[in-house]
Write a protein that binds this ligand. Sequence first.
Ligand code: AMP
Ligand code: MG
Length: 406
Amino acid sequence: MISTNEAFELIRDSVRPARLQMLPLAESVGCRLAEPIRSDVDSPPHDKSVMDGFAVRSQDIQPGMSELKVIETVVAGGWSEREVGQGQATRIMTGAPLPAGADAVVMIELADVRSDDSGDWVQINIDQMPSGKHRMTQAANFAAGEVVFDARHSIRPIDIGLLAEVGCHSVPTYAKPSVAVLPTGNELVGCEHLPDRGHIRNSNGPMLTAMAESLGLPTTSLGIGRDDPTQLSQLIELGLDHDVFILSGGVSAGMMDLVPGLLKEQGVEQIFHKVKMKPGKPVWFGVRNADDRQTLVFGLPGNPVSSMVGFHLFVRAAIDQMTGGTAGEPESMSCLLASPHQTRGDRPTYWPGRLIKDDQTTRTVEPLAWNGSSDLRALGQADGLIYFSPESHDHPAGETVEFFPL
Ligand code: AMP
Ligand code: MG
């Protein structure tokens, strides 16, 4: 049986990066950039005023009152036609291009305007003006040709402004993989039904679909697969028409665990089966490589918490790798254990835990009462999973543990 780290490595080695997809800017949030993005403009594109006021030559501002002839007005979006000469000023608005000749801006609050037959005059009652005051120089932020985002940057809503500024209206991204979800088991009924004798509701289908959709992936729910080779094979064929195919149930050692065998029959190569972890040990991973498409196939164990952990660790890592990331453990943080906890067995354990939020300096996490991989109720109160290494079975309060937020 392989370790979780070996599983991540195998995923890294077998997953091809997804293809490039050009997306309209507004649809690119959540994707990773497939190429670096360079600006095609200077920012700002010209020397500009950052105040409403008067563009002046700084050397014209002398101790005592300076009076300058107003020769022109320039607003944002406009362009001044006249050079500011000695003894002259141009009325200017925030964002407007600084006129030739001027090297500073006097704020409107420090200026008084008077008019006579010869036009407007501005009186400025300050003793001096440093060159460059309230002026932002062309390309102060970045110049045309500069890289503003590296490849693989993950596009957030706040990045859309800069992408717009540099003219990136069609964004080179890694294509989002399509996902299909197929829970299997003769005992399963839809959640709209009251289960009959021997039956339970299908929790995994809706949960795994929601988890895939929350990653922004187009996700198809294939209904419920029965433990019947003919029906299951037909549904598997549909699932293999996607980039990522997630099954749950039927991957253990029971007589109805048909999934690995049927996947192999349809050309899916097994990469690993069983990972040393609790819950989720029977997890199965394989790939089918066709010329035009690689399908990643995950057979997650049927117990819902096992399925959830398998998705959180491995499906996410694979999707991350396909979309330009690096397949690895999900993010975690170090916490102190709030209460003592005992584990059993020789497998690392992921145990539902709740963050105790009243302490500002150290994060403390409390293991929840949990009945194991079929018990979804503890997850409802959990903020994440506490990792207990198998080296010790007794974990005292105050022990430092890794915590994987969900
Ligand atoms: P299996 O991996 O098929 O052996 O299933 C392991 C356990 O998980 C059994 O108790 C199943 O009834 C249960 N189980 C399987 N699939 C689901 C599902 N979609 N929702 C809830 N429980 C399930
Ligand atoms: Mg089953």
